[in-house]
Structure formats: C-alpha cells, structure tokens
Design a protein around this ligand. Structure first.
Ligand SMILES: Cc1ncc(COP(=O)(O)O)c(C=O)c1O
Ligand SMILES: N[C@@H](CCCC[NH3+])C(=O)O
Length: 425
C-alpha cells in the first residue's frame, strides 16, 4: 500500500498534507515517507530471513544521511561507488564491514580509505584494477577481499543507458575472460578472492534475466571450485524495477517472489553440485528501496499557451530531477489538490535554459499558476543526480514519519553554491 494518498482531496505523505509542507518549507522539495522506506527494505530483509544473505543498499539511488541511518538500523549494508559514499556511510553510523565497493575507476586514495575501514569487499572490474588494489593493500600491510564483476552478457531488456551487462558496456570482466582473471587474482599476494558479482542493469521488471545471470555466475563458481578457488559469496547486483505509472507498464515482479526463486535455485545448486557448502548471497537494490518512497513537490509558476503546445512552467527543473531529460523517462505528475475542472494537455517544464528541461510531456492536467504538483516515484536517482545548473540551489529534503516532518536536508541558497569559489587577487 502506498504511503502517498489523497485525504479530503489533498495529497498526503503518511499523515502530513503536501499542501501544508509546501506552505511551511517551500518548493521544490523532495518528500519521503519513512514507513514506505522501511516497508520496501523489509520486502528484501524478510525474504532473506534465516539465510546467509546481505542486502547492500545501492546508495547512489539516494544517499541522504537520514535514509542511510534508517537503513543501517535495520541491518543494511551498503553498495558504494566512491570514497565520498563511504564517508557518508560512516557519517550515518553504517557498518563499513557491510560495505561493498563497486565501480570501474576506483582511485588509489579511495582504495586506501576503504581498506583503512576494512570494508567487506571490492567489486573489481578489470585486471589493472586488481594490480592497483594489490599494490595499495600491500603498501598498507593489508589483504583486500575481492570479487570480480563478471559481465554475463545477458540482455536486461531495459533502457540502453541503464543496461550494464552486455558485451558493449564498459562494466565488468567479460564472461569468457573471467576464469583467467580469477587465476590472476588468486596469485596476487595482497588479495583474497572472496566472491563473484554482476549487475546487468537497472529498472528490470522481470526477474528472468536476473535468474539467467545467476545461472551464469553459478557456472563460473563450479569451474573455479574445480581449480580450488572457493568463493565466500555471490552478489547478484541491483534489484527489481518499480512502476512509474505509465499506461501499459508491466507490473514489477514482487521482490519476495524474485528472492524465493533465486534462493530455490541457489539451494538446489548447493545441494546437487556444491557439496552443500555455504555461500552468502548479496543483493544491491537501490530503486526498489527508495523509488516510491519519495515525491518531488513543485509549484506552478506560470501557464503558458505556446503556438503548438501548452506549457505548465514549474519551479522544479532538470537540475532537480534529471531522469526525463537523460532517459526520456516517464514520471507520473499529479496535482496536490484534486478536483479542478478544465484539464488541458501540458508539457510540464522547468525554468532552465534548455529545451531538454522538461519533467513530463503531454499530460492532461487542470492547473493554474500557484497550484502544487508532485512527481511520483522520485525517491531514487532524483536528489542524487541533482545539479546546480543555472546556479539553482538544490531542493530541500523532508522525511515524513506519521504526521511529523523532519527536514533532513536544507534547501541550498546561492551563497552555498559559490562558497568554494574565489576571485583572482
Ligand atoms: C553496481 C550497481 N549495483 C546496484 C545498482 C542499483 O540498481 P537498482 O537501483 O536497479 O536496484 C546499480 C545501479 O544500476 C549499480 O550500478
Ligand atoms: N540513474 C538511473 C539508473 C542507473 C543507475 C546506475 N547503475 C536511473 O535514474 O534510472
């Protein structure tokens, strides 16, 4: 059940009116529901209960400290892609020993930082990265636990910009090169070969490609076992996609069903071919944890009737939410107050000087200047991909808990944006 619903014609987040939030805190503002966040996390945690499994929330989806803290308290680990994200985990009180470090371009400094905090595992993506990590670990007198990100060459059937498991993508080690790469890793003195991982793409509504990727990883684990390379974990990467509300969208497979199928395969393989030996299963979900946890609340500045189109100009823009501009993503927009007559087809656009600055196109909306709109399912890859283009301060972020609103990030003001700049003396 969604935590965003209309009460007496006004959209609420849990028990808080979005109209009241806009009046008190201004717009644009990201508003998140704590109950939704915890329910989404529980859909993974419950399916993992009693198993050797770890949910490493992919914090690139939303890295607000308060969100990380809430998840850490539930026992979550974190999937990070930078030293900055590790520092966020630490600042939020997360456990670095439940952190896995993904990404194709880890710097020496980032490796040092992660090793000094004894993270669970580095998800390594290339041979040069293995050598760099071996050297850095050696120089610190440490051993780095590594997993190889294997590219299983499975078609994730998602938007080409967010498919990552095909041969043409920059990510991972080719499936056919994986054994040799493991052999090379096993010889390096300051590395401990601990796992195998993959991430075939984001916004997958069906679990069939994920299960196909699992089968390919298992195939490799068997071959590695034959050579005496025994893995401690297998990491299947990101989670299931979510619905954005577009007509004709297929529903996402329920997380519990996906995990049940995945664990059934793992169990059968362990019993039949892995000699019953244990293996930890790691998940890196992002969007399915935070996507429908948040909305972007925005105010209509002007209604503009162009020659060919009607424009609803709002105070949020592509700098606040880049997904439509980047991926032509369809995001649902609804008025905060229901029941107005006189709907017209509008393009909802922001104030930025780019034709790509649109949030929604050809939507039937009954709106006038001063009205409030929300963009639904904006909790993932919204604030984390926001920029300061046009010297626009980034939006405030609020977490609603029942009727209580917590400001978990203040709105940026222009002085914040040029605080690090200086004039030539
Ligand atoms: C390595 C890695 N893990 C996990 C994720 C999270 O994916 P999702 O938000 O689809 O669950 C991503 C993003 O696509 C990723 O690149
Ligand atoms: N940023 C993307 C998802 C890709 C995430 C990174 N692997 C989105 O908004 O859909």
């Amino acid at each position: 059940m969604s935590q965003f619903s209309y009460v007496n014609g006004v959209l609420h987040a849990e028990g808080a009116s979005l109209a009241a939030i806009a009046a008190q805190f201004g717009t644009p503002t990201y508003v998140y529901s704590k109950a939704q966040l915890l329910a989404n996390y529980a859909s993974y945690a419950d399916a993992c209960a009693g198993r050797d499994a770890l949910v490493c929330y992919a914090m690139k989806a939303n890295s607000n400290l308060a969100i990380l803290d809430l998840l850490a308290r539930q026992g979550a680990g974190f999937d990070i892609v930078s030293g900055g994200e590790l520092l966020r985990v630490l600042a939020a009180g997360g456990d670095p020993r439940k952190v896995i470090f993904s990404g194709v371009g880890k710097s020496v400094d980032e490796m040092r930082l992660a090793l000094s905090h004894d993270i669970l595992c580095f998800n390594v993506e290339s041979i040069p990265e293995l050598h760099r990590l071996n050297e850095v670990a050696g120089s610190m007198g440490k051993t780095a636990r590594v997993s190889l990100r294997v590219n299983p060459n499975v078609d994730a059937k998602t938007h080409p910009y967010i498919a990552t498991g095909l041969k043409a993508n920059k990510f991972g080690v080719a499936f056919d090169d994986a054994l040799d790469t493991y052999r090379a890793a096993a010889k390096l003195p300051h590395l401990e070969v601990a796992g195998i991982d993959c991430h075939i793409g984001s916004q997958l509504l069906d679990d069939a490609p994920l299960l196909e990727a699992l089968d390919r990883l298992i195939e490799l684990i068997d071959k590695l076992g034959d050579e005496g390379i025994v893995l401690h974990h297998l990491d299947i990467g990101g989670g299931i996609g979510i619905n954005y509300g577009e007509a004709g969208e297929a529903p996402p497979v329920p997380v519990g069903d996906y995990l049940a199928r995945l664990f059934a395969r793992v169990d059968a393989w362990r019993a039949e071919r892995h000699g019953g030996k244990p293996i930890k299963v790691i998940f890196e979900p992002g969007r399915s944890i935070v996507g429908d946890t948040g909305v972007l609340l925005t105010k209509v500045e002007f209604i503009k009737h162009g020659e060919e189109k009607n424009f609803c100009v709002v105070d949020a823009a592509m700098n606040d939410m880049a997904r439509p501009a980047l991926y032509q993503a369809w995001m649902d927009m609804q008025p905060v107050v229901q029941g107005k007559a006189g709907a017209l087809a509008y393009d909802v656009v922001g104030p930025i000087c780019e034709s790509g600055d649109w949030l929604a196109r050809d939507r039937e909306l009954a709106v006038e200047a001063g009205d409030l709109l929300v963009m639904h399912s904006a909790g993932a890859y919204g604030m984390t991909m926001a920029s300061n283009y046009n010297t626009r301060g980034r939006a405030a972020e609020i977490i609603v808990d029942g009727e209580v609103c917590h400001v978990v990030r203040k709105r940026e003001n222009p002085a914040d944006l040029y605080a690090l700049e200086s004039l030539i003396k």
